[in-house]
Design a protein around this ligand. Structure first.
Ligand SMILES: Cc1cc2nc3c(=O)[nH]c(=O)nc-3n(C[C@H](O)[C@H](O)[C@H](O)COP(=O)(O)OP(=O)(O)OC[C@H]3O[C@@H](n4cnc5c(N)ncnc54)[C@H](O)[C@@H]3O)c2cc1C
Length: 479
């Protein structure tokens, strides 16, 4: 990146605007941008995003049938259209430019890159075909280009989803909803076809601990009892009479609501008119994924090296921890999705914190001029709005570090956007700006089937083809 003096420096003028780069166009990046615009009205912000599409997990994580949750993206779009903000999509840190180059070009750099990788399922057989992490599986059904070709192979009657949070429940729900129930969603076409063609009948949601410790929000849990062709099933023996033990009041209220909902599922005889079942299994910890040679069951005919069953050990709670009882059982299944948490892809030159799995930082500060917001700095937890506090905090730190809204010590600011654009042009990187994204968005919306909000383009080539004018919303690289 150019170490040349900026135009204003060369001309001996007053320092230019404070130049801030935000890496990642998810909620935390946009919350940080909005807070910075308020705190430092003279700021110039460049949002650098690996994908040609903005909004991070709002597009690639939040369930396709929960469209109202995605509405917050409208506010983020308003921030992106502010003349002080430029979006540079299709530009990846560590692929197209380094952190050192960014820091040389910008007064302040905010890392808002999220946590895109799955925490490993550390049990025997986790490498068998048919075993996926939720980041990959959700990315696949949400049309994230990195997972477009995952091809999970849903030719199985049963699936196990490991985890007791909302991501696990999202995966289970998307697998069992009918085509009609998904008609107003933006489930990617390839996933809709595979899911509707699957012979899936039973989905098991598995928690190591009990129903009181489950992290489902009650709204998502309740929704499982109102599905068109799927019954929610739970063994009443797994449900305690009441919520007991010390816990924060907020957790107690959630646990009580969830327990009441689960009791409702247990009491309702599952309607035989419904073809599918979601089974809530508690106090069971996965110990191994078994291949067909280890189990001669209904799925034994599946391809070699493919998962055929999940082996579990019953647990009991001791001081809030799940402890194995030595009693084992198996669930025949051809698909296992583990929703047990996320980790970060390392960024060159940055240490990761072993406790959070994110970038090591002190309340958002990494190094002078380098900050972190959202999942990348905190932990992969909370709702979209939880990231707002991170954005506000980072804006506060930058305001404190650059009180004049210019370079350190009131000196000249760094070159910022000119240097970024020049470097990417030298490297032949094709940038997608926000107006480009709005064309892609319009093409997806125009191609939507009746009732659906959009028909997602799921390959980078197809997204970019819209900008070349040869796209009518139909994929150019095959379905
Ligand atoms: C499956 C799932 C479902 C969820 N459902 C809900 C829900 O219903 N309601 C709710 O409130 N919350 C939900 N959440 C949580 C919510 O999505 C997160 O809190 C939020 O998205 C985190 O924001 P973020 O900006 O930190 O990360 P992200 O949203 O992950 O954004 C990070 C961005 O950085 C980009 N990036 C990563 N690496 C680079 C790089 N090297 N260079 C350039 N760009 C990069 C990514 O492409 C991405 O766009 C869900 C999360 C998941 C995983």
């Amino acid at each position: 990146m150019s170490a040349e003096p900026t135009k204003s420096q060369a001309a001996g003028q007053a320092p230019g605007p404070l130049a801030v780069a935000i890496v990642g166009a998810g909620p935390s990046g946009f919350y940080a941008a909005a807070a910075l615009l308020k705190a430092l009205p003279g700021v110039e912000i460049d949002i650098i995003e690996a994908l040609p599409t903005p909004f991070g997990l709002i597009r690639g994580g939040v369930a396709p049938d929960h469209q109202s949750t995605k509405r917050v993206a409208r506010a983020f779009a308003r921030t992106a259209r502010d003349p002080r903000v430029h979006f540079h999509g299709n530009v990846e840190l560590d692929r197209d430019l380094s952190l050192a180059e960014l820091r040389a070009a910008y007064d302040a750099v905010v890392l808002a890159v999220g946590m895109a990788r799955d925490r490993d399922l550390e049990i025997a057989g986790a490498g068998l075909a048919g075993v996926f992490g939720a980041a990959a599986f959700v990315g696949w059904y949400n049309g994230h280009p990195d997972f477009r070709d995952l091809d999970p192979g849903l030719d199985t009657a049963a699936a196990c989803v490991i985890g007791n949070g909302n991501v696990a429940i999202d995966v289970a729900r998307v697998l069992v909803k009918t085509a009609e129930e998904m008609a107003d969603s933006d489930l990617a076409d390839h996933a809709a076809r595979a899911i509707q063609a699957a012979p899936l009948r039973d989905v098991y949601l598995i928690g190591r601990r009990g129903p009181v410790q489950a992290k489902f929000t009650n709204k998502e849990l309740t929704e499982m009892g109102a599905l068109a062709d799927c019954a929610a099933v739970v063994d009443p023996a797994l449900l305690p009479a009441e919520v007991s033990g010390p816990m924060p009041e907020r957790d107690r209220r959630l646990a009580e609501k969830n327990l009441a909902t689960l009791k409702g599922f247990a009491e309702a005889a599952p309607s035989s008119a419904k073809a599918k079942r979601v089974h809530f299994l508690f106090n069971a910890r996965p110990v191994a994924v078994l291949g067909p040679d280890a189990l001669l069951g209904p799925d034994a005919a599946l391809g070699e090296g493919r998962c055929a069953a999940l082996r579990l050990e019953k647990t009991r709670l001791e001081d809030g921890r799940a402890v194995g009882t030595g009693a084992f059982f198996e669930i025949p299944c051809g698909l296992v999705v583990s929703a047990i948490g996320y980790r970060m892809a390392p960024i060159e030159g940055l240490a990761l914190d072993s406790a959070t799995g994110g970038i090591a930082n002190r309340d958002g500060r990494v190094d002078p001029g380098l900050y972190v917001a959202g999942w990348a700095g905190r932990a992969p937890s909370g709702v979209i709005g939880t990231n707002k506090a991170d954005g506000d905090r980072v804006a506060g730190l930058i305001q404190a570090d650059f009180p004049q809204g210019s370079g350190p010590g009131g000196g000249a600011s760094k070159p910022g956007r000119d240097a970024l654009v020049g470097l990417l042009a030298e490297r032949g990187v094709r940038r997608v700006d926000f107006a480009d994204w709005e064309r892609i968005d319009a093409a997806e919306v125009a191609a939507a089937p009746p009732g659906a909000p959009r028909r997602k383009l799921t390959r980078i080539a197809d997204l970019l083809a819209v900008l070349d004018g040869d796209d009518d919303g139909a994929p150019v690289t095959g379905v």
